[in-house]
Structures are given as structure tokens and as C-alpha cells.
Design a protein around this ligand. Structure first.
Ligand code: RFL
Ligand code: PHB
Length: 389
């Protein structure tokens, strides 16, 4: 069979691209290695930048987000028992939207299905052929049968462990990576959030984050050791540790309950360059990873999709390749800024195993500067709500 754009990966990047292309009358096929339920079972991002919110509107999938998402005008940051507020709305004119990645993905699946979109689940052995020539095609197997899809372009939206990035020859591809010496242990619980805004906490016992999904669904994280496993942490031990890391006034009103999901994520900064090889374009986690501090992963995936979608639209509707030719450079310029912000915010908020007393003083001085200086808060707020596309 033939399609205009073959999309590898049915996570948020691939689905958003396919839905936007559909809106412009451009055909695509999405190939996903897992089942729909498996993809929806991953608990990940929670905060959407305004650019991502606008893309959801453009894709025609914003209705439930507008009704059920929470607009947040700011965030709280604590150091020990001291807590302060950063007012995004006042400093930048822009809030953020708290709406889970699970819901974003569900809305996109529903929209693609309603429009008769072609999404193939449980595909195996995806191979991209001829991306450096004029006639690329993708092969895969499903239920013991081999299949081939001919296309004009391939969008590699298959996450960090996908095949798309590996398709780019090693002598063309350059990778940059930093692995952090700790992870995040996260739980989801059917309890009311401890605060109406997120709290990012730096404590002498390590980082903690209080987030949420809705009025009766909370998401909490604590910095943990890379050698920890989920089984090492009972719910009671998690709540106890969280309470010790957040300010007393928050700990006193924290409502605890059984966890309905518990997982550990390692923290990594990673970028591959270039993000285009011939007719293959990498998007989202296939091309870059950020540590979750600052909530930039899904949002940076969304900005890639914005650039690629507009490039493809210009090609199919106006016959110009300028947008596609500029894709890698434009996407990477914004990616590196999101990498810098996530690295900076992670460095500010976590305790490092090899941190010296001097390093600690520097961290505390920087948090105090952020607390007291409106210019510093404005820089933080501009990055958090999302740099312009
Ligand atoms: P995904 O979501 O990994 O989807 C890729 C899809 O490709 C499929 N796949 C393949 N399909 C076919 N053939 C193959 N060979 C394939 N290999 C893989 C996979 O099954 C999968 O379905 O990448 P995508 O779409 O680029 O989306 C990226 C986001 O998922 C990611 O950046 C965010 O979740 C990161 N992130 C956050 N981002 C934010 O913007 N705000 C947040 O608040 C936020 N919090 C988080 C996060 C990530 C976390 N973890 C667990 C890494 C919190 C956490 C804890
Ligand atoms: C989340 O709610 O999962 C979340 C929120 C903010 C972050 C990371 C994760 O920085």
C-alpha cells in the first residue's frame, strides 16, 4: 500500500502529527509496537505549555482538555520549610494547563478513530528503507505476515528506544548525553492534591514534586537512588518520605491513600543531531530526552510536530520544501533551550551524591536569588510556560 507520510510510533508525537495532517487532507499510517491500552497505561507528563494547548486546538481535539484541564497561573518552589510562589501569569501573561499525557493520548486516539485514521497496533520488526533516496518505504510484520508501506516521507516518532534514530548512519549522527545519578519514584493516588498548584521541593533528603491530574487524583514524585526498585517502596514508606521533603504546612494537610500506579524513571538529558536524514524526520523522544523537572518532554515533542507539520503542509499544499529543509535546524534550536532549562532546574532542585558543602551553598544561594529577584523569576517563568515556536 501507499501513503504520503508513514509515522513510526503511536505515542503523543505520532498521533498528534497524524491528526494534524488529516486536518490538512494529507494521508498517513501510524505503526505502533504496543496495544492502545498499553500506550494509555503509561503515566507520564502532566503539564502542557500554551503552544501544545494551541496545537491540540488546531488538531480539533481540545474539547475535553478545555472542560477538564486545570489552568495554573503559577507554581510553588520550596527549600526546607520555606515556600514561595512564581506567578507565570503576572510575569509572562501566560498560564500553563495541567492535563495528563494519558488524556491527551486518549483524545488523539478517539479523534483518529472517529476520522477512520489508519493506526496499526502490535507491529513488529519495523524497518525504514531508502530514507536517503527518493522512494522510501517501511516494512513490518504483524500476525506472522510481512507488510510494506511506500511513502513520500517517514516521521520517526517512536520514542527513545525506537528504530528511527538507529536508521541514521553513525557517521551522520552525533549524540549528546548526560545521565543523572538518581531517579524519580512516582505514584498516582486517588486523593485530593495537597495544593492547588504544583510544589517543586528541594530538601536535605532530596527532591520531591507534588502534582495532580484532577480534584481526586494526585501525582507525587520523590528523588530516589538508581539502585532502588519499586518493590523497595511500600506506600507507607513513600508517604512518610514525601512528608519529610515538603514544607511542614503542606505535609500537615497531605491526604494519603493507596497508590494506583508506582514507577521509577531514570533522569537523562539527550539530544541527537541532525533530526533529519533525507526523507526521515525524527520527532519527540526519538530525538531528545529531558529530565522531567520543568515538564518539557511532551512539550518539546509538540514543538517538533509543529515544525514538521507546517513543513509537510507547505510541501503538499504549496509545493515548497523550505519548511522541511529548515526542520532540523529550527527544531534543534528550541530543543537545546528546553534541554538547558530542564538541566538547570534539575541541578537546582536535586541533591547530588557527590555534592560538596560549597555546591550546596551555591544551590541555596540560587534558590534565594530566585525567591527574591523578579527578573530571575521572569526568566524561569518564560521557560516554564514555553519559549515561542
Ligand atoms: P513516546 O511517548 O515514547 O511514544 C513512542 C511510541 O513509539 C512506540 N514504538 C514503536 N512503534 C513501532 N515500532 C517500533 N520499533 C517502536 N519503538 C517504539 C512506543 O511503543 C510508543 O508508543 O514518545 P513521544 O510520542 O515522542 O512522546 C514523548 C513523551 O512521552 C515524553 O517526552 C514525556 O512523557 C516526558 N515527560 C513529561 N513531559 C512533559 O512535557 N511534561 C511533563 O510533565 C512530563 N512528565 C515525562 C514526565 C516523562 C516521564 N517518564 C516516565 C519518562 C514524567 C515522567 C515520569
Ligand atoms: C506530572 O504531573 O507528572 C509532572 C508535573 C511536572 C513535572 C513533571 C511531571 O515537572
Amino acid at each position: 500500500m501507499r501513503t504520503q507520510v508513514a509515522i513510526i510510533g503511536g505515542g503523543p508525537s505520532g498521533l498528534l502529527l497524524s491528526q494534524l495532517l488529516h486536518k490538512s487532507g494529507i494521508s498517513s499510517v501510524v505503526l505502533e509496537r504496543k496495544t492502545r491500552d498499553y500506550v494509555l497505561g503509561r503515566i507520564r507528563a502532566g503539564v502542557l505549555e500554551v503552544g501544545m494547548v494551541d496545537l491540540m486546538r488546531e488538531a480539533g481535539v481540545a474539547e475535553r482538555m478545555e472542560a477538564e484541564g486545570y489552568v495554573h497561573d503559577g507554581t510553588k518552589i520550596s527549600c526546607g520549610d520555606e515556600i514561595f510562589h512564581i506567578d507565570f501569569k503576572k510575569l509572562t501573561g501566560t498560564p500553563v494547563m495541567v492535563y495528563g499525557q494519558t488524556e491527551v493520548t486518549r483524545d488523539l486516539y478517539d479523534a483518529r478513530e472517529a476520522a477512520g485514521g489508519d493506526i496499526r497496533f502490535n507491529v513488529e520488526n519495523v524497518v525504514i528503507h531508502g530514507a536517503d533516496g527518493d522512494a522510501p518505504f517501511v516494512t513490518y510484520s504483524a500476525e506472522g505476515q510481512e507488510h510494506r508501506i511506500d511513502c513520500d516521507y517517514v516521521a520517526g516518532c517512536d520514542g527513545f528506544h525506537g528504530v528511527s534514530r538507529q536508521t541514521i548512519p553513525l557517521d551522520v549522527r552525533k549524540e549528546y548525553e548526560k545521565v543523572y545519578p538518581f531517579g524519580w519514584l512516582g505514584i498516582l493516588s486517588e486523593t485530593p492534591p495537597v495544593d492547588d498548584e504544583l510544589i517543586y521541593a528541594n530538601s536535605e533528603r532530596g527532591f520531591a514534586l507534588c502534582s495532580m491530574r484532577n480534584a481526586n487524583l494526585s501525582r507525587y514524585y520523590i528523588q530516589c537512588s538508581l539502585s532502588d526498585s519499586v518493590d523497595d517502596w511500600t506506600d507507607a514508606a513513600f508517604w512518610e518520605e514525601l512528608k519529610r521533603r515538603i514544607p511542614r504546612e503542606a505535609a500537615d494537610k497531605l491526604v494519603t491513600g493507596p497508590s494506583i500506579e508506582k514507577s521509577i524513571a531514570p533522569l537523562r538529558s539527550f539530544v541527537t543531531e541532525p533530526m533529519r536524514w533525507g526523507r526521515l524526520f525524527l520527532c519527540g523522544d526519538a530525538a531528545h530526552i529531558v529530565p522531567p523537572t520543568g515538564a518539557k518532554g511532551l512539550n518539546t515533542a509538540a514543538s517538533d510536530i509543529h515544525y514538521l507539520y507546517n513543513g509537510l503542509k507547505d510541501f503538499y499544499l504549496d509545493g515548497t520544501c523550505d519548511g522541511l529543509d529548515a526542520y532540523s535546524e529550527k527544531a534543534l534550536a528550541r530543543v537545546w533551550k528546553a534541554e538547558r532549562f530542564s538541566w538547570w532546574f534539575s541541578s537546582l532542585m536535586h541533591r547530588y551524591p557527590d555534592q560538596s558543602e560549597f555546591d550546596l551553598k551555591m544551590q541555596q544561594a540560587e534558590i534565594a536569588f530566585l525567591r527574591d529577584n523578579e527578573n530571575a523569576q521572569k526568566v524561569m517563568a518564560e521557560n516554564y510556560v514555553g519559549l515561542p515556536y
